[in-house]
Design a protein around this ligand. Structure first.
Ligand code: AMP
Length: 360
């Protein structure tokens, strides 16, 4: 039985575990938080990522991957001495640093919002001046779900931002007046085969993903452009596994926002909505199995369950509605689960989304 080590044991890990079982894969998780969502389904080493006991648990694996992107780069480099790690640590390191991420887009000819970097308050003032208002200041590291970032519309807001964001290295980006947010999930196998899921349209609420609709209504050209950008990233990193690229659509063009070197919330619809889920394809990629088809089966939408767990029976009486709970305790702003709905056409999908939201 192939053994796959996973750094991080949150809901993404849990869904990897669910996808790994039918393939006969043995998944082993490392996460310092006890009682994590994946730990309920597979073995979990409850230690820090660089703890020798975690390293020992992982060194017997055929391959190690991650579902959490803020694993310290040093710990992964150390792990690489004893076991194969996929995707490459370079992809992880770039995704952890918004400046390196934007610089990589630039080097690969992938358009993104104009940006400037700042290490000091003086450089921050200069960066804001260079980009102009409105802009977004973001910490280079450890931001997620809209945390570690502030929209700045005036000199007064900018004056408060440096301290409010922790007097740490930042990047300042132009605030993009996007028409919509899209993401593309790509997967590259060990032997270089690459597949792309259809573009997904994402709607955020309070900085957290609220709804993903797939496939997004886009022209074939837009899909081809997104695939081209994702392919450049996959090739740059000789990537193995699932990579997510988040994009803004502005005036018909695509601007890259960020990458995630892992399975992604905007790909949860693929469990019921695509021929092969992102979780299964990630595992197939890292263990060297052929990749599965990424075609969408029908229009689908994923609605996140944030902060509260709704009554299951109210949701499950709705047609073609699928509930996923992550086994987490309820807390405001926390992702506790998601619902996927499928429909024969886009119009009926909207009616199904409305019915799910009414049942929450
Ligand atoms: P991020 O953490 O970079 O994914 O940002 C979280 C959310 O903030 C994005 O999904 C957008 O809705 C918004 N956002 C981030 N950067 C920008 C930007 N440069 N222009 C407009 N909206 C942004």
């Amino acid at each position: 039985m192939m053994k796959v080590g996973v750094l991080g044991a949150g809901q993404l890990g849990r869904m990897l575990a669910l996808a790994g079982h039918p393939l006969g894969l043995d998944l082993v998780f490392v996460d310092p938080a006890p009682g994590s969502p994946a730990g309920a389904l597979a073995s979990q080493s409850v230690h820090g990522y660089d703890d020798p006991r975690a390293v020992a648990a992982l060194s017997t694996c055929d391959v190690v991957t991650y579902e959490f992107e803020n694993v310290p780069e040093k710990a992964v480099r150390q792990l690489e001495q004893s076991v194969r790690v996929m995707p490459s640590v370079e992809a992880l390191a770039v995704a952890q640093d918004r400046l390196r991420e934007k610089t990589t887009f630039h080097e690969l000819g992938i358009p993104s919002a104009r940006f400037a970097a700042a290490q000091t308050v003086g450089e921050f003032d200069a960066a804001v001046k260079q980009i102009g208002f409105p802009c977004v200041a973001k910490t280079r590291r450890l931001g997620y779900d809209g945390k570690g970032q502030m929209v700045l519309r005036s000199g007064r807001e900018a004056a408060a931002a440096w301290k409010a964001l922790g007097s740490t290295a930042l990047i300042v980006e132009q605030l993009v007046p996007f028409e919509r947010e899209l993401s593309i999930i790509a997967v590259r196998g060990r032997y270089g085969v690459t597949r792309f899921y259809p573009l997904v349209q994402n709607e955020h609420r309070n900085g957290i993903l609220h709804i993903s609709r797939a496939p997004a209504a886009v022209t074939p050209q837009l899909q081809a452009t997104a695939e081209d950008y994702a392919r450049r990233l996959l090739e740059r990193f000789t990537y193995v596994g699932v990579l997510t690229l988040e994009l803004f659509q502005v005036d018909g063009a695509l601007l890259a926002n960020e990458i995630a070197p892992r399975v992604h919330n905007s790909g949860h619809w693929t469990i019921e909505g695509a021929v092969t889920s992102q979780f299964e394809n990630h595992l197939r990629a890292v263990v060297g199995l052929p990749l599965g088809e990424t075609t969408a089966l029908c229009p689908s939408a994923m609605i996140n369950l944030i902060g509260e767990i709704p009554e299951a029976s109210r949701l499950l009486e709705l047609p073609d509605t699928h509930l996923h709970l992550y086994g987490k305790a309820a807390r405001p702003g926390r992702k506790l689960g998601h619902v996927t709905v499928r429909a024969p056409d886009a119009q009926r999908l909207e009616a199904s989304i409305a019915a799910v939201i009414a049942a929450l």
